[in-house]
Design a protein around this ligand. Structure first.
Ligand SMILES: NC(=O)c1ccc[n+]([C@@H]2O[C@H](COP(=O)([O-])OP(=O)(O)OC[C@H]3O[C@@H](n4cnc5c(N)ncnc54)[C@H](OP(=O)(O)O)[C@@H]3O)[C@@H](O)[C@H]2O)c1
Length: 271
């Protein structure tokens, strides 16, 4: 990277914190300054300043013209108004959003012609540096912008470069499906408690089973093979799996993904 970057975050919530903490952790040598802003919550800004020594402001407009990168880490619904205010201040800043449904084509339509924009869709594990993030760039990004984008996603975990269309389709899998997995965990905890096991023990057993299985998945990369390894034909696990097959578990998951996408496309901001 040719020069150290000044990065302004508009929004100071969980995702902004995950991103700038990631930058400070993995790419500090490329960062000149991080400025974090929110609308109202001064207490939150003080907390972030004390924890990370970042600059903070409740008036992002003071900084917008002088930074290299602007990360929009506030709700999707706030983007339209914010982009209207930001547009006159944009010359060659790189504008990146992490908001659900806000693709590069929308950003380009609201910003001056030729603006360099990008979209990152992290997931909740970004807060512990373990997101699988989807990302894409607009039509006017340079090689240097792509390097900055990769630096941003690297700080919060793993990432996959996609088309804008793919991000709209795949956010259900990487962004929403963690909620499905947490529900699976809740369901198993309830099943465990039915044998008279207390909540703390039930949670411990289920969470350790899931994290161990996730590590196996990561090392073997083959869920079907792992399932077969655990399943003796005609055995006890097979009897349990039969219930999932008979209730069409795979179909249920597909329907959940489709329902998520249907709802998200209704909310996607159309040009
Ligand atoms: N959390 C996740 O797992 C996750 C995953 C993927 C994508 N995202 C996206 O990340 C974005 C931020 O999410 P979050 O989880 O960080 O939310 P959050 O913790 O609720 O924080 C939202 C931040 O946005 C600020 N804000 C709200 N309205 C604003 C406006 N009009 N102008 C400027 N700042 C404004 C808030 O400031 P005040 O408190 O002062 O209002 C707050 O600092 C969202 O677009 C979300 O879709 C989140």
């Amino acid at each position: 990277m040719q020069k150290k970057q000044r990065v302004l975050f508009i929004g100071a919530g969980r995702m902004a914190e995950a991103l700038f903490a990631g930058l400070l952790h993995t790419s500090k040598e490329h960062i000149a300054e991080i400025v974090v802003s929110n609308q109202r919550n001064q207490e939150r800004l003080t907390e972030l300043h004390e924890k990370y020594a970042v600059s903070t402001t409740t008036d992002w407009k003071q900084y917008a013209a002088d930074v290299d990168v602007i990360v929009l880490a506030m709700p999707p619904e706030a983007h339209e108004q914010l982009l209207t205010e930001l547009s006159p201040l944009v010359s060659n800043q790189f504008i990146v959003t992490v908001a659900a449904g806000i693709g590069p084509s929308y950003l380009e339509s609201k910003l001056p012609k030729g603006a360099a924009v990008a979209w990152i869709m992290p997931n909740t594990a970004a807060t512990i540096g373990k997101s699988i993030s989807l990302y894409t760039a607009g039509s006017f990004v340079s090689k240097g912008h792509l390097e900055i984008l990769q630096m941003l996603v690297k700080g919060i975990g793993d990432a996959q470069l996609c088309t804008e269309e793919e991000i709209h389709q795949l956010t259900a899998v990487t962004g929403s499906a963690p909620a499905f997995l947490y529900y699976f965990a809740e369901s198993l905890i309830e099943a465990t408690k039915r044998y008279g096991i207390d909540e703390i023990t039930a949670k411990h057993l289920v969470i350790k089973m899931i994290t161990g299985s996730a590590s196996m998945l990561e090392s073997e990369n083959n869920p079907a093979m792992l399932r077969e390894q655990v399943t003796t034909p005609g055995g006890a696990t097979a009897a349990g799996l039969k219930v999932l097959y008979e209730n069409n578990f795979m179909n249920m998951i597909q329907e959940a993904i489709e329902a998520t996408n249907k709802k998200a496309s209704g909310k996607t901001i159309q040009l």
